[in-house]
Design a protein around this ligand. Structure first.
Ligand code: NAP
Ligand code: GDD
Length: 320
């Protein structure tokens, strides 16, 4: 039985990846940080089938001990401060988690078992002020937020440990991916949660920022499959994972409200306080390398994703 360790298992991607690896027959270990109240909502359904260990990416010794205890063959490093606006209000903490945290895990792997295969959660946010469209593995980075800058560090330190110590490190440069398990502060989930509450009479409006921003949105369940595929290859390489199509925030809004028979213009308020100090205006990925080498392609299209998220929120709000 293969053993995998997931950092960030309580997050959106960690929970889908745990589902995926369990279905593949893996023994799954998850790193969780101590909190005064447990935050295991997304993994409640598999709680009895996974092993949770307390450690923190900020604490080197705890990461080393975690690897000694769990003895994984594969480590998926998904833990990060992942919300872009918070990276402006907590820039150094974001750097500690999202950038230096990667080095702590790589150092632990080098020390405990250099044969471990390592996946780093890189991000399309690294392309920021895009230098070409669509973006591929060779597109230069131009991050536009402290989060994006931290992810560039995590990306290059993974490449550096691959080249310096011959570790099997891969980075998945993943474009935005969403699901009913997405955190409610991210724009897609904020919209679908708002639509559900408005439709069911529990809210009158939803306040949003820049409706013109465009993203290449896919489904998280499809993207965790790509993470696993990257670690099964002979050579460690980096891959862009994306749908190849982009849509504006406004298009997402229109579709979500239309699905419940409402006109979005009656409910959406544009709030200038939600605009960012520096915006990433337009992202669109070219995942042809992943298609060719991994045989990966997304299975859920944009419209289906919007409907899936609205339906899940309607169901949840109805029962709360
Ligand atoms: P998420 O839902 O925000 O989950 C983040 C996870 O990281 C949570 O489990 C969180 O634990 C954990 N974490 C944060 N700081 C930690 C620390 N110091 N020690 C231990 N755990 C810590 O994020 P996601 O959407 O699943 O994304 C997963 C990864 O992919 C992140 O690295 C993100 O930056 C990256 N990424 C995401 C996307 C996307 O569109 N979703 C695209 C590209 C890259 P708590 O539950 O305790 O807070
Ligand atoms: N969050 C949020 N809230 N975003 C809004 C809002 C709002 O009320 N109104 C408009 N937006 C716009 C943002 O300005 C941004 O251009 C876009 O919606 C997407 O914002 P988020 O959903 O917060 O995602 P993100 O693109 O900043 O970051 C996500 O994707 C990255 C990959 O490109 C996160 O998951 C990152 O962790 C990930 O790396």
């Amino acid at each position: 039985m293969k053993r995998a360790l997931i950092t960030g298992i309580t997050g959106q991607d960690g929970s889908y990846l745990a589902d995926f690896l369990l279905a593949k027959g893996y023994e799954v270990f998850g790193m969780v940080r101590r909190a005064s109240t447990e935050n295991f909502e997304r993994i409640e359904h598999i709680r009895s089938r996974i092993h949770l260990h307390q450690a923190d990416l900020l604490d080197q010794l705890s990461v080393i001990e975690l690897l000694k205890e769990s003895k994984p063959q594969e480590v998926y490093n998904l833990a990060a401060q992942s919300f872009v606006p918070t990276s402006w209000t907590q820039p150094t903490l974001t750097g500690e988690f999202t950038a230096l945290g990667v080095t702590k895990m790589l150092e632990a792997i080098k020390l405990v078992d250099p044969a471990i295969r390592f996946y780093q959660a890189s991000s399309s946010e690294m392309f920021g002020k895009v230098q070409e469209t669509p973006q591929n593995e060779n597109t230069p980075f131009y991050p536009r937020s402290p989060y994006g800058v931290a992810k560039v560090y995590g990306h290059f330190i993974s490449i550096n440990y691959r080249e310096s110590y011959n570790l099997f490190c891969v980075s998945g440069i993943l474009f935005n991916h969403e699901s009913p398990r997405r955190g409610k502060e991210f724009v897609t989930r904020k919209i679908t949660d708002g639509v559900a509450r408005i439709k069911l009479g529990k809210a009158n409006e939803v306040r949003l920022g820049n409706l013109d921003a465009q993203r290449d949105w896919g489904f998280a369940g499809d993207y965790v499959r790509a993470m696993w595929l990257m670690l099964q290859q002979h050579q460690p390489e980096d891959y862009v994972i994306a749908t190849g199509q982009s849509h504006s925030v406004q298009e997402f809004v229109e579709l979500a409200f239309k699905h419940v028979g409402l006109d979005w213009r009656n409910y959406v308020i544009v709030d200038p306080s939600l605009f960012r100090p520096a915006e990433v205006n337009h992202l669109r990925g070219d995942a042809s390398k992943a298609a060719q080498k991994l045989g990966w392609k997304p299975e859920i299209a944009f419209e289906e994703l919007v409907v899936k998220m609205v339906e899940a929120d309607l169901e949840r709000v109805r029962h709360t």
